[in-house]
Design a protein around this ligand. Sequence first.
Ligand code: 5GP
Ligand code: ZN
Length: 119
Amino acid sequence: MASDSSCIFCKIIKGEIPSLKIIETPLSYSFFDIQPTARGHILIIPKYHGAKLHNLPDENLADILPIAKKIAIASGLDIDSPEGTGYNILQNNGRIAHQVVDHVHFHLIPKRDTKTGLV
Ligand code: 5GP
Ligand code: ZN
């Protein structure tokens, strides 16, 4: 199914629910998480509606990681400070794996050194 009218992330893609957009491509959409676990917590989603990773066509998945890379660089997370600056990419599938929204999404969660405040 390409889109699901009852899905909140499909509604965000269509602009029916507001979001703070980062980057949109023909195949994906990225935006700030409404309940960030760290400053700059971003979600990257395929425009194709699929609940879990294995439901998605490969071409839709292939768009995601290059976007994650661009956002990580644009967020200054590629700076190798001695104290360590980095990020986690998380993607949950199923309730048992802590998935809440049934539209595939990748979390990009910054890990910043709060002592230096460099980034
Ligand atoms: P999950 O646990 O399914 O991997 O994560 C779902 C994520 O979607 C959560 O981090 C939650 O804060 C985020 N989220 C849920 N509803 C909305 C919304 O309406 N807008 C935005 N921007 N994020 C949402
Ligand atoms: Zn959806």
